[in-house]
Design a protein around this ligand. Structure first.
Ligand SMILES: [Fe+2]
Length: 160
């Protein structure tokens, strides 16, 4: 997956991602690590295959890698991370050989991944939201009693 590795090694992506790891080093709640991005990518891909959605693997992985990259700006400038991430799609993805239509699709999914179910959302955006939530092992989390997720959103057993 050449283009996915281009994202991961992109200078701007690395700068944002590496700083984010430092900022979140002592965070007790869910962190936004490479492991999280990979969990999201693989869950999206599994679900896409299981449900016969048939989304492109590179588009899925690119979306997963980009979806939380705006977190640093949320910490530093209080910009919602889905908006910061959508802007970063326009900056990073053209340098990683993604074309305009692909960038729009990924950007839209990143931008709407925190919004509740919406019939106008793309399959990619729905899949991202689903995988993002289902990637977390809440039943193992030491900070569960302080988490701001409502109880019905917590993952309390292994499903995926
Ligand atoms: Fe996430």
């Amino acid at each position: 997956m050449k283009r996915i590795n281009l994202i991961y090694n992109n200078v701007i992506y690395r700068e944002k991602f590496d700083k984010l790891q430092v900022v979140e080093k002592n965070r007790v709640f869910c962190n936004h690590t490479l492991g999280h991005n990979m969990d999201v990518a693989r869950l999206m891909y599994i679900k896409s295959l299981e449900d016969g959605i048939g989304l492109d693997k590179e588009i899925i992985y690119a979306t997963a890698l980009m979806h939380d990259i705006g977190r640093l700006e949320q910490y530093e400038k209080n910009v919602p991370h889905e908006e910061a991430g959508a802007k970063l799609c326009d900056i990073i993805l053209p340098d990683c050989e993604f074309v305009e239509d692909e960038i729009s699709e990924i950007k839209e999914a990143v931008k709407y991944h925190r919004k509740d179910a919406d019939k106008n959302k793309s399959k990619l955006a729905e899949l991202l939201r689903w995988a993002d939530k289902n990637s977390r092992c809440c039943f193992e989390c030491a900070a569960i009693s302080e988490c701001n997720w409502s109880f019905d959103k917590l993952n309390m057993e292994i499903e995926y």
